[in-house]
Write a protein that binds this ligand. Structure first.
Ligand SMILES: [Zn+2]
Length: 233
């Protein structure tokens, strides 16, 4: 809603960071991404979970979070995570996420997170419902979400409205693939904007899902079974 930008008058294109101030720690993330894997160590250390994950919260990261699997607004129309499941990432991915979120704000946009760390048990639930390896990782091999190094995102405009990406999150049609010449110009532009923000922050993309980004070499990170991240009953 526009109310999030209330009181804002600097709608000129040179506006640098969007309507809301950056959280503490975000400034450090504006440094170049040349040290993508280790930049997190330069910020004030966040307390890590038992499995070594960082909790991503809007108080510390300039993002919006709607974990779609913590509710029913997903392709199976049922919650998989507990309603209060935290948004978590490996520290390396959290450092890249911070850079991406700051870059988005510089462009007058906000990064919105749909999914991040996913417990292996949740991956098994998803696989039982959708055993399609083009969209859901076989839990025997493990999802990079369960390694804490994958994140599903989109971009919001200055009024908090999602940019048109052509398909919704977890829309398992070919229209969700990158490099689709049949999509409208605005969709092409929006997807490339997200792609650029995420690549410069140190992530890599997946050909089949415009929303999915992960660290290079993601499979080399261990699968993590975070205690206390409960699944929906
Ligand atoms: Zn994903």
């Amino acid at each position: 809603m526009a109310s999030e930008a209330g009181g804002r008058h600097d709608t000129a294109p040179h506006a640098q960071t969007g309507a809301r101030p950056l959280p503490a720690g975000a400034a450090a993330a504006s440094r170049p991404a040349s040290d993508a894997g280790s930049a997190g160590a330069k910020r004030a250390p966040s307390p890590l979970s038992p499995a070594g994950l960082v909790t991503i919260e809007p108080a510390g990261y300039p993002v919006e979070i709607e974990l779609v699997y913590a509710g029913s607004n997903n392709f199976i129309c049922l919650p998989i995570y507990a309603a209060d499941a935290p948004c978590m990432l490996h520290p390396d991915a959290a450092a890249c996420l911070m850079r991406a979120a700051v870059a988005a704000r510089r462009a007058g946009l906000t990064l919105k997170i749909f999914d991040a760390y996913r417990p292996p048990a949740a991956q098994e639930v998803l696989w039982r419902i959708c055993p399609n390896p083009a969209y859901v990782a076989d839990p025997r091999h493990g999802s990079n979400h369960s390694r804490g190094v994958a994140v599903d995102v989109t971009l919001l405009d200055i009024d908090g409205e999602a940019l048109d990406m052509g398909t919704g999150f977890d829309d398992m049609r070919e229209q969700s693939h990158h490099d689709r010449p049949d999509l409208p110009v605005a969709v092409q532009r929006n997807r490339h904007l997200l792609l650029g923000i995420m690549l410069q922050a140190g992530f890599v993309s997946l050909p089949t899902e415009w929303w999915h980004y992960e660290l290079p070499g993601a499979a080399s990170y261990p699968l993590l079974d975070e205690e206390g991240v409960l699944l929906a009953e």
